[in-house]
Structure formats: structure tokens, C-alpha cells
Design a protein around this ligand. Structure first.
Ligand SMILES: Cc1cc2nc3c(=O)[nH]c(=O)nc-3n(C[C@H](O)[C@H](O)[C@H](O)COP(=O)(O)OP(=O)(O)OC[C@H]3O[C@@H](n4cnc5c(N)ncnc54)[C@H](O)[C@@H]3O)c2cc1C
Length: 230
């Protein structure tokens, strides 16, 4: 879903890797002159990279600044990796005993951590992106200093807008809130047709699967109503 979405799906064999599952790559970019003072500001670029063989001071003015603008002018491309985290018993959410929203409804509280798998996956992303950008002849201006000290740039859970789960589906009512039809085990007239039933969030974009599962549940509801089961 979405426009202008350039996307590389997962392409490797996990048997040869030190982490399970995979990630896709999303790209952004454009062509233009660096700005000054905000966003892609030239003052964040010059002084950090060698320009025409010289390590210059950041900022600057006059002919030297013009030279930097010319040097950094052009195409820029960014790469973002979106990976699958492994579902684990100790990653879960519950109702917060203290915090409520503005309507007085208790909010969800999340307990989640990363393991070595996700960190190794992020390291793999970092190495892959560096390799591709290096082969393109790019000057890497962002993300190059990610490393073990910041888990290779891995974002906090909840930051990547494709999170799923919380009322996962499964056959065992003790381990899953919903059955395979996204119907609550505890309440037959309750169906959950959003990203909640996902057991795991694969590296793929999520919305088509939400729609497919919703359609499947809708057909099930019609059948069950005809049979007067719900
Ligand atoms: C900027 C952005 C870009 C994205 N791009 C893509 C993309 O290109 N492709 C893709 O596949 N996915 C994309 N996603 C992810 C996708 O949009 C979400 O995963 C998907 O919309 C989640 O659907 P949902 O029904 O689970 O939740 P939501 O769409 O978030 O729906 C939840 C609804 O519940 C309502 N709600 C919340 N609390 C209450 C309450 N107490 N009472 C009543 N209603 C309530 C909210 O108002 C909202 O309407 C993107 C997400 C973002 C944020």
C-alpha cells in the first residue's frame, strides 16, 4: 500500500546466517541542494567529510562554503531496514494498573526486549546498506557510526509504525486470546479484525494481511450467523 514505495523484499537463506527471519529495505531520496540551518543542512555535512582531498572546518562562508555546496549537491538516498522480531513469552502487554487515558480507560502497558537475534539482524542491515552504498560510490553521511554501542541503530519497539499483535490468535485458549478466525475464545460474539491477531509481524508490510484476515473473518461471521451459532 502507499505511493512511491520502492521496496526490496527479503532475499537471503537463513541457514547461512546467525539470525532467524529477515527484513525488507525501504528507500527514500531525492535530488537537490543541501539546505542550511535545518534538516539536510550543509553545516551537518561539511567538516565531517573530506572535500576535494581537504578536511575542512564545519560551517564556513564564501568560496569555501560554495565549494561544499557544490560537492554535496546532487542525489541522496536513504535506506531503512524493517525486520521481524521473534515472538517470545516475555514480550507481552497487559492493562496498566495505574495509568488511564483521557476517558478514564486503563491504557496498555508493554513489556518487551530485544534478543541477540534482532541485534544481529540490525548488524546485518548495517553491513548490507554500507556495502550497497559503498558500491554506489556514496558518501555515507548518516548511520555510519551505528555499532554495538547502540545495537546497530535498532529502534525502540513501537517506533517503526508496523507493529502488530497484543491479542494473538491460536488454538489454545490459555496461550492465545483469539482463535484462528480472530474470534475471542472467551466471548463468541467478539471478533478482532485489525493488526491485533498477528502472532508475529513478518518483515513484510502489514496492511494487506490485515485486510485478508478481515475478509476471512467476515465470511466466517456470515456462515456462523446463518447457522445461528453467534
Ligand atoms: C505513517 C504510516 C505509514 C504506513 N505505511 C504503510 C504502508 O505503506 N503499507 C502497510 O502495509 N502498512 C503501513 N503502515 C502500517 C499500517 O497503517 C498499520 O499497521 C495499520 O493501519 C494498523 O491497522 P489497525 O486496524 O490494527 O490499527 P489502526 O489503523 O491504528 O486502527 C485503530 C483504530 O482504533 C481507534 N481507537 C483507538 N482507541 C480507541 C478507543 N479507545 N475507542 C475507539 N476507537 C479507538 C483509532 O482511532 C483507529 O481508528 C503505515 C503506518 C503509518 C503510521
Amino acid at each position: 500500500m502507499g505511493g512511491m514505495h520502492v521496496y526490496t523484499p527479503w532475499w537471503l537463506d537463513n541457514k547461512k546466517l546467525d539470525f532467524p527471519r529477515g527484513y525488507h529495505i525501504e528507500y527514500g531520496g531525492g535530488f537537490g541542494m543541501p539546505l542550511y540551518g535545518f534538516q539536510w543542512g550543509v553545516e551537518n555535512l561539511n567538516g565531517r567529510y573530506i572535500v576535494k582531498g581537504k578536511q575542512k572546518q564545519p560551517g564556513g562562508y564564501g568560496a569555501s562554503l560554495k565549494e561544499d555546496y557544490r560537492f554535496f549537491y546532487g542525489a541522496h538516498v536513504g535506506m531503512a531496514g524493517r525486520g521481524e522480531a521473534i515472538a517470545r513469552e516475555d514480550s507481552y502487554c497487559g492493562i496498566d494498573p495505574k495509568v488511564v487515558d483521557k476517558f478514564g480507560i486503563p491504557v496498555l502497558r508493554f513489556h518487551t526486549t530485544y534478543t541477540d537475534y534482532e541485534i544481529k539482524q540490525a548488524k546485518h542491515m548495517h553491513e548490507t546498506f554500507s556495502e550497497i552504498l559503498g558500491a554506489m560510490g556514496a558518501i555515507i553521511t548518516w548511520g555510519h557510526d551505528d555499532g554495538p554501542q547502540n545495537n546497530w541503530g535498532l529502534h525502540s519497539p513501537g517506533n517503526i509504525i508496523h507493529e502488530a499483535g497484543t491479542v494473538r490468535m491460536g488454538n489454545d485458549p490459555k496461550r492465545a486470546a483469539l482463535n484462528k478466525w480472530s474470534q475471542a475464545h472467551d466471548c463468541k460474539n467478539l471478533f478482532c479484525v485489525d493488526g491485533g491477531p498477528f502472532v508475529s509481524q513478518a518483515d513484510k508490510n502489514i496492511t494487506w494481511t490485515i485486510l485478508a484476515l478481515s475478509m476471512r473473518t467476515s465470511e466466517y461471521i456470515v456462515d456462523e450467523m446463518k447457522k445461528q451459532n453467534i
